[in-house]
Ligand binder design. Structure first.
Ligand code: NAD
Length: 458
């Protein structure tokens, strides 16, 4: 099938590459010329396991093209996926300017029936706005344009960064929302054909109306964020009452009605999705005169949780950190990605540097992106960025530090040579923002250990 993907970011590039891998002829459009030049030169703008191989294999096979040519992209695909960003607006609602600009471009150039698929995470009702934007462009080309039919479908993406290729190729579920019109039925038939390879083993597609599909994506992210904030709030209480949050996690996760997933306490969730999607759903509710009390608390708890390591450090070293030097492992918002959007490390670094400390940092893949993002974060304070030393490996970062701080649960941080860690640090103190280590074991190894919700075992 001929497919166009509009927006070649995390979602668009993975979607395009994976659909090409299944034999489709895929045209990826982006307005970012540097990104397209990099992809056409054989580079990959993001770190995502397995992606580089799929992109290079399918480019070589002539099934995957990258371009900035809007007219050519509209001409190419019978199915046009919109996978552009939907960042938070000033008030937290989803900014739809990129989605609507993509829609208008389709309307401007299309000459026959197209299926337009909203893959971006968009608020309920966006498909109607996309339809209106396209129809306005078609009507501007009367009489020829006005006769052209199309259908807007919602097909939200559930991939996880760091496991995006795998998630796309082996999805738990595929959610597709179509309308009941003749065009909607035509769209449904095309979507069925496109997703057939994913449903061979068993049916994974949930067909529903467009609004329910749009809502499903927000409901899923809101639920996951709620589980994290719930555990984080309980972890802070566990620290006070002398309970171990990990024991509690096992105790409740064993109940199949609860399950083990997404119950880890830590120093807050980040990334491009949970924070913005929780906010956007709250704003949607407010627009309809309803307050989402739970989600408001989820957001608030998470914002506070990003300061929890900073608070523990203050309790240990005092508020003034002048002359203190820390080692920080993990910058990306989660492992296996170089994505720094809303990463907890940014809040912690801002706090430590603001209080006079210097920090030596290491992340297995996010160093380049972290340099770019942190330079912007700290630009307002002269000399602040220079207080961060970027280290090529995790061991170098430890030299002469007053404590080791862990912010991202990369596998390579799980079993370090603890004797070496102890020797290199000025004092054997660890603040573990992801509960990677066992407090009792750390005590036996001679470390002063600070986890999240685990002080009962120290
Ligand atoms: P991204 O910022 O990585 O990529 C968006 C791309 O769209 C950019 O390269 C940008 O240049 C391009 N773009 C913007 N306007 C354009 C236009 N008019 N025409 C062509 N290209 C245009 O974003 P992302 O992380 O891939 O997210 C995209 C959407 O998918 C968002 O709505 C997001 O919430 C959702 N989503 C993201 C993830 C994730 O893990 N990143 C997972 C599921 C859903």
């Amino acid at each position: 099938m001929k497919i166009t993907i509009i927006g070649t970011g995390y979602v668009g590039l993975v979607t395009g590459a994976c659909l090409a891998e299944l034999g489709n002829d895929v045209f990826c459009l982006d307005l970012d010329q540097a990104k397209i030049a990099m992809l056409n030169g054989g580079g990959i703008p993001i770190h995502e396991p397995g992606l580089a191989e799929i992109v290079s294999r399918n480019r070589a096979a002539g099934r995957l093209h990258f371009s900035t040519d809007i007219a050519a992209s509209v001409a190419h695909g019978q199915v046009q996926f919109i996978a552009v960003g939907t960042p938070p607006d000033e008030d937290g609602s989803a900014d739809l300017q990129y989605v609507l600009a993509a829609a208008r471009n389709i309307g401007k150039y299309m000459t026959g029936f197209k299926v337009i698929v909203d893959k971006s995470t968009v608020p309920v009702g966006t498909a109607d706005r996309v339809s209106t934007a396209i129809r306005e462009e078609l009507d501007a080309r009367k009489p020829a344009g006005a006769a052209i039919q199309f259908s807007v479908v919602s097909n939200p993406e559930f991939l996880k960064e760091g496991a995006a290729v795998d998630d796309f190729m082996r999805p738990d579920r595929i959610v597709i929302g179509c309308d009941e019109s003749a065009s909607g039925q035509q769209a449904q038939a095309l979507m069925k054909q496109l997703y057939l390879p994913f449903n061979r083993n068993h049916e994974r597609t949930f067909w529903m109306d467009v609004r329910s599909a749009e809502f499903t994506k927000y409901a899923a992210n809101a639920m996951l964020a709620t589980r994290i904030s719930f555990m984080n709030e309980l972890a802070n209480l566990a620290d006070k009452v002398g309970a171990d949050i990990e024991a509690v996690r096992h105790g409740i996760g064993s109940d199949p009605r609860i399950g083990y997933s997404f119950l880890y306490a830590g120093c807050g969730y980040g990334g491009s999705c949970f924070p913005k999607d929780v906010q956007a759903l709250e704003r949607t509710a407010r627009a309809y005169g309803q307050e989402l009390h739970i989600l408001r608390a989820v957001e608030q708890v998470n914002n506070n949780q990003k300061h929890v390591l900073g608070q523990k450090i203050s309790e240990r070293f005092g508020a003034d950190l002048s002359g203190k030097h820390f080692a920080l492992w993990g910058l990306a918002f989660k492992p296996n990605t170089d994505d720094m959007r809303e990463a907890s490390s940014r809040v912690l670094l801002d706090e430590l540097i603001g209080r006079g400390a210097t920090v030596a940092v290491h992340d297995p893949v996010a160093m380049t992106e972290a340099k770019r993002v942190l330079a912007l974060d700290l630009a307002a304070t002269p000399g602040a960025f220079e207080r961060i030393r970027f280290c090529d490996n995790q061991t170098d970062a430890l030299n002469n530090a007053d404590a080791l701080l862990i912010v991202t649960e990369w596998k390579t941080f799980r079993s370090p040579d603890f004797e070496q860690v102890k020797t290199l640090l000025k004092a054997p103190i660890v603040f573990d923002g992801r509960n990677l280590y066992e407090p009792e074991v750390m005590g036996e190894l001679g470390f002063e250990y600070h986890g999240i919700g685990r002080s009962a075992l120290v």
